[in-house]
Design a protein around this ligand. Structure first.
Ligand code: SAM
Ligand code: SF4
Length: 459
């Protein structure tokens, strides 16, 4: 065990996950259509130049009790067809405002379970994207898939549609854990699925979650050993986020006993050792990639990025335009979230072709804090003097804007979690467990809204 239980106890407190800055709970209701269109137009002159698209499919044939995603039980075929018609109409309406000379570097289908619907529907949307935009060479075309629906035929179809990255949700190989979380097992053996996708030149991620009821340090290590044996390109281990005040179904898991922070970290710790010893490189908080992977390369060059779709390299990052219910458009200057309720989303699109519900326009201060937090979360290192220089600020100005007090690092240094030297902050090996706590030191909004927001625990 690398990190002591008393240290875990000291730092395990609610805090943002920083998949965006400011976090999504800062988005304000009543974001107008005019403002949305204005922000789309402004994005054409913002950096990065690339274009990314996110498509959200909010349907799952069976709901897992641990799930924190925006999803619902699959509806009738008629409704799903209507939902896809709506996404196509929304795409056409938004595409009008985007500069077509900007290349597409990333397309991501998330959910819910995109591979639980007819791939003909997915094809219709992809054809539309290809009709309007040019793709950069080597663009990432990715889908999140549930292995309960993956067949050889479906994998052939995904390859034919140009998908070159597939994330497969495994969560755990133990049937006991899968039963507790109300999840079906894979249709085909996972090794067969991964080998088949690899033979088609598709890059494969396997997703796992630790901290679930029924898991122990040994059982999760067994799952990770099996994953290493299967040898996907990347292994992703998410820390279970327990937010029953948002996700009612998670309360059912409490009956089985949810592992405490210490056992949870021990699970991660063992998994971390197993993966790194077998040649995977740890990326950010939860990704593990083969050393030849471009993400591992980006980590060593300190050019890793993160958006709502996960980690990506600088060359693949774009302004993210998102489609479907609850999806979040992530631009340099603003975040815009679509109507959450699926029926309401479809009705709104049928009426007026776009459906923003909430949004947030970033201030200059937000953009500066975002640069610092994003870089810290991705690369586990920041050089504040260099960041100040890149942002055309004096060092003292940057410190003042972020509200950072180096004295707050004292306890982290005493606990040997970080190293701080002349404006350079390095997260040490055990410090990765408290990365979110360190990022919180550069978040002035957190101090200003201390009592108003509710977050999952940081460990
Ligand atoms: C949209 S799902 C993946 C696709 C597909 N629906 C599936 O389950 O295989 C995205 C991933 O988020 C992770 N996830 C979902 N809920 C979570 C939670 N409460 N805490 C941590 N990770 C979670 C899971 O690993 C899941 O596979
Ligand atoms: S984990 Fe995947 S399949 Fe399960 S409910 Fe969430 S989105 Fe659906």
């Amino acid at each position: 065990m690398l990190i002591q239980p008393d240290i875990i106890k000291k730092y395990d407190k609610p805090g943002p996950r920083y998949t965006s800055y400011p976090p999504a709970n800062f988005f304000q209701a009543g974001f107008s259509d005019e403002e949305y269109i204005n922000q789309l137009k402004l994005s054409n002159s913002q950096q990065p130049q690339n274009v990314s698209f996110y498509f959200h499919v909010p349907f799952c044939p069976q709901l897992c009790h641990f799930c924190g995603c925006n999803t619902e039980l699959t509806r009738t075929k008629t409704f799903i067809d209507r939902y896809f018609e709506a996404m196509k109409a929304e795409f056409e309406a938004v595409a009008i405002h985007i500069d077509k000379s900007r290349p597409v570097t990333q397309i991501h289908w998330g959910g819910g379970t995109p591979n639980s619907v007819s791939l003909d529907l997915i094809k219709q949307v992809m054809d539309l994207v290809r009709k309007h935009f040019i793709f950069a060479e080597g663009a990432d075309i990715a889908m999140e898939c549930n292995p309960a629906h993956l067949t050889h035929r479906q994998m052939d179809e995904l390859a034919a549609l140009g998908f070159n990255r597939i994330s497969i949700g495994i969560q755990d190989f133990s049937h006991k854990v899968l039963d507790i979380i109300n999840r079906r097992t894979s249709k085909l053996p996972i090794k067969e699925v991964v080998d088949y996708l690899k033979s088609k030149g598709i890059h494969v991620n396997l997703d796992f979650v630790y901290g679930l009821p029924g898991q122990t340090v040994d059982s999760f290590a067994e799952t990770i050993r099996e994953a290493i044996e299967i040898a996907p390109h990347r292994i992703v281990t998410f820390s279970y986020a327990h937010v029953p005040w948002v996700k009612e179904a998670q309360k059912k898991l409490e009956e089985h006993g949810i592992p405490d922070a210490t056992s949870k970290l021990s699970m991660f710790d063992r998994a971390f050792q197993l993966m790194t010893e077998s040649g995977y490189t740890a990326i950010g908080l939860d990704h593990f990639a083969r050393p030849e992977d471009e993400m591992a390369q980006a980590l060593s060059d300190r050019t890793l990025h993160r958006n709502f779709m996960g980690y990506c390299t600088q060359s693949h990052t774009g302004q993210v335009y998102a489609f479907g219910s609850t999806s979040i458009t992530q631009l340099d200057g603003a975040y815009i979230q679509n109507v959450k309720d699926t029926v309401k989303y479809v009705e709104t699109i049928e009426q007026k072709s776009i459906a923003p519900e909430k949004g947030y326009i970033l201030t200059q201060r937000d953009k500066i804090c975002r640069s610092v937090i994003e870089e810290l979360m991705c690369n586990h290192y920041i050089d504040l003097k260099q960041i100040a220089k890149n942002l055309h600020l004096e060092y003292d100005e940057l410190i003042h804007i972020t509200g950072f007090k180096s004295s707050d690092l004292q306890q982290f240094m005493e606990d040997k979690l970080v190293d701080w030297n002349d404006g350079q902050l390095t997260i040490l090996s055990e410090g990765k467990f408290v990365l979110r706590n360190v990022a919180m030191l550069f978040d002035p909004l957190l101090v200003e809204t201390k009592t108003a927001m509710r977050y999952s625990k940081t460990v």
